[in-house]
Design a protein around this ligand. Structure first.
Ligand code: FES
Ligand SMILES: [Fe+2]
Length: 349
């Protein structure tokens, strides 16, 4: 059974990375090469020449597709062999696997499973992307040398902020707030409200609240298997908590897209949307720096955990109450992988 859910869309690359170059990336433990074909469409092929298994990414981009750097076979965006130097006959097995790609939200999304099932309606949905009155910071990428489930747990766990992020976004008051949880079919959300409190120092830099108190909501969504959204809302104290009112307050939506690289490493893509300081590039620059630093703090912890887990062959020895939401998220992913295995068993039978 695969360790990963394959019939899913995963972020493979930022579209901005894919100019006139070949991008080699290991995804769900398979080598993939991404590039734009002559029409400018992003394509993804298995990064192995079928001749002597040399990575195609060591070759070059040519008019008709990608040319192997060893003996010059050319493959088009669909993975068909278009040319063999010095030979007219193209053997039937001279082809490479091509993966479905969807271009949306500035990202090339890849479908690593059964191509016949690649379903655009299942692409992640990013609220307010391209909406007027929302400002985007995108292009974020970090390589995290840790199993992606460690990162899923981290992203569903508001409790660590106080300790891991002392130097960045940490907030001592967060320590004692109770976290609630809600589970739906394809996502889970852990959330907490801090009612009737003074605005945070950051919120004061954004808006003049005078002596007004605020309600502050923090929602940690995880859409199974690969998308995290942290929704932070500040509204005047006592305002009814509706979507409409949330958008009238200060709102931060931080998205992370986790793409397993191997069993022990993860591509961590991120973007951020806010409904204030529109067009303020300086503020965006500052936020980008803060987020990068915050995610590196998590990375260091996840990396150290990974080392211990590999050494001991276990993930943890004891469970705490704060593990509730992360544990549910992991179970949902686990179930998805099992269902896929069952499904593909049926198809094979
Ligand atoms: S290894 Fe690619 S053409 Fe020979
Ligand atoms: Fe964190």
């Amino acid at each position: 059974m695969s360790k990963f859910a394959k019939n899913q869309w995963y972020a493979a690359a930022w579209l901005a990375e894919l100019g006139n170059t070949l991008v080699a990336r290991r995804i769900l433990d398979e080598p993939v090469v991404l590039f734009r074909d002559s029409d400018g469409k992003v394509v993804a092929l298995a990064d192995r020449c079928p001749h002597r298994l040399v990575p195609l990414s060591m070759g070059t981009l040519v008019d008709r597709g990608i040319q192997c750097g060893y003996h010059g076979m050319v493959f088009d965006g669909a993975g068909r062999c278009a040319h063999i130097p010095g030979q007219d006959k193209i053997p039937p097995r001279a082809e490479v696997r091509s993966y479905p790609i969807a271009e949306r939200y500035g990202i090339a999304w890849i479908w690593m499973g059964d191509a016949a099932r690649a379903d655009l309606t299942r692409l992640p949905v990013i609220d307010h992307y391209d909406d007027e009155g929302w400002e985007l910071i995108d292009g974020g990428y970090q390589h995290h040398p840790s199993n992606y489930l460690n990162i899923v747990e981290n992203l569903m766990d508001p409790a660590h902020t106080t300790f891991v992020h002392k130097m960045t976004i940490g907030n001592p008051a967060a320590k004692s707030e109770p976290v609630k949880m809600k589970k739906e079919d394809d996502y889970i959300v852990a959330f907490k409200w801090l009612f009737n409190s003074p605005p945070s120092p950051m919120d004061r830099q954004i808006k003049d609240f005078g002596d007004q108190s605020v309600d502050r909501g923090q929602f940690f969504y995880y859409y199974i298997p690969a998308v995290s959204r942290v929704d932070i809302i500040t509204i005047p104290a006592g305002l009814e908590p509706t979507e409409e009112n949330f958008n009238k307050g200060l709102r931060n939506n931080s998205y992370k897209f986790l793409t397993p690289e191997t069993d022990g490493s993860t591509h961590f893509f991120w973007m951020h949307l806010r409904n204030y300081k529109i067009g303020d590039k300086e503020w965006s620059q500052r936020m980008r720096g803060l987020f990068e630093k915050t995610f590196l703090e998590d990375r260091e912890i996840e990396m150290a955990m990974q080392r211990s887990q590999e050494e001991l062959g276990v993930r943890q020895f004891v469970g705490l109450e704060i593990d509730r939401a992360p544990t549910v998220a992991i179970r949902m992913i686990d179930r998805l992988i099992k269902e896929e295995a069952k499904d593909s068993g049926k198809v094979a039978a």
